[in-house]
Write a protein that binds this ligand. Structure first.
Ligand code: FMN
Ligand code: SF4
Ligand code: SF4
Length: 252
C-alpha cells in the first residue's frame, strides 16, 4: 500500500509509479483520514509519500504519522518529494515513529519542481521539464531500491538540525495563515474547484467566490495552482508572476 499526500501531483505521480512497479495500490492520505484509517496490517509494502514544507513535514502528514499503526508489514518506507532542500523532514518523521516504538525500514527522497511559487518561478516550461527529468531519474533508482527492500536513510539535501528545526517551525506557522491567500474576483468564475479540493475544508464559497473560513490551513497551494483562471494569489502577489504548476504525468 502506497499512501500519499499531494497537492500538485508530484507525490501522487511518485506513488502511482511505485504502486505500478510493485503491483500495489496508491491511496490518498486525505482519504485515509476521512475514513479514519490509521492501521495498516500484513502489507507486503507500506510506503508513505509526502512533500517537504519549510524543511519539515506538512502538518496533515505529521498528524497522520502520529496516529499511524504499522503491524506485520514486510517492508516500510517514507519518501519525501522536495524542490530544493529536505531540511529535517526525515528526522522529524523518525522521531514521531520512535515515540510510538515504530520505524520505517527506509527513507528516500525524489526531487521535483518546487511548488512554493511565492519564491520559486515555475513559469519557464524548459526549466520545469529539466527539474522533472532529474526527478524521474531519481525515482527510477528509488523504485529499484524499494523492489530490493533496501534499508537505511537515503534522503538527499538535508540541513543540520540547528539550522533547520527552529526556523522551519516558525516559518511554517507564519506562512500557513490563510490571510496570506486572496482571490481576484474579476478572474474567478465561481467554479468551486478550490472549495471542493481543499484537503482540510478551509474554503467556503460566499457570493460565488472563495473565502478562507479557517485562520490556518496546510498552505499546500493546491487552490492557487489548480484554479482554472489563476485567480488565487499568495501574499503581495509575487506568486502571480511565477506561474501555476500541476505534475503533468497524473491527474490531481
Ligand atoms: C508550503 C510549501 C512549502 C515548501 N517548502 C519546501 C521546502 O522547505 N523544501 C523543498 O525542497 N521544497 C519545498 N516545497 C516544495 C514541495 O515540497 C515540492 O514541490 C513537492 O514536490 C510538492 O509535492 P506535491 O506536488 O505532491 O504536492 C514547498 C512547497 C509548499 C507548497
Ligand atoms: S477554483 Fe478559481 S475560478 Fe474556481 S471558484 Fe476557486 S478561485 Fe474561483
Ligand atoms: S486553502 Fe488552499 S492552500 Fe490552504 S490547504 Fe486548502 S487548498 Fe491548500
Amino acid at each position: 500500500m502506497i499512501l500519499y499526500f499531494s497537492a500538485t501531483g508530484n507525490g501522487k505521480y511518485i506513488a502511482e509509479q511505485i504502486a505500478a512497479e510493485t503491483d500495489d495500490k496508491a491511496i490518498s492520505i486525505v482519504d485515509c483520514i476521512r475514513e479514519g484509517k490509521y492501521l495498516f496490517k500484513d502489507e507486503k509494502i507500506l510506503g508513505v509519500i509526502t512533500p517537504t514544507y519549510f524543511w519539515r513535514l506538512p502538518r496533515i502528514v505529521t498528524e497522520f504519522l502520529e496516529k499511524l499503526t504499522i503491524e506485520n508489514c514486510r517492508y516500510t518506507f517514507l519518501l519525501v518529494s522536495y524542490g530544493t532542500s529536505t531540511g529535517q523532514i526525515g528526522t522529524m518523521a523518525k522521531e514521531i515513529l520512535k515515540r510510538k516504538g515504530q520505524k520505517f525500514d527506509a527513507y528516500y527522497s525524489v526531487i521535483m519542481p518546487d511548488t512554493w511559487t511565492p519564491i520559486f518561478n515555475l513559469s519557464n516550461k524548459e526549466r520545469v521539464e529539466q527539474w522533472l527529468n532529474k526527478g524521474k531519474a531519481q525515482l527510477k533508482t528509488v523504485i529499484e531500491d524499494i523492489k530490493s527492500n533496501k534499508r537505511g536513510d537515503f534522503i538527499k539535501n538535508k540541513l543540520p538540525k540547528f539550522v533547520a528545526a527552529l526556523p522551519s517551525a516558525f516559518m511554517y506557522t507564519a506562512e500557513r495563515k490563510t490571510k496570506n491567500l486572496s482571490v481576484n474576483k474579476d478572474l474567478c468564475i465561481g467554479c468551486k474547484l478550490c472549495e471542493k479540493k481543499c484537503p482540510v475544508g478551509a474554503i467556503i464559497m460566499e457570493g460565488n467566490h472563495p473565502v478562507w473560513k479557517d485562520e490556518e490551513c496546510e498552505m499546500c497551494l493546491g487552490c492557487l495552482h489548480r484554479c482554472p483562471k489563476f485567480a488565487i494569489s499568495y501574499g503581495s502577489g509575487r506568486s502571480n508572476k511565477h506561474g501555476q504548476y500541476k505534475n503533468p504525468y497524473t491527474k490531481i
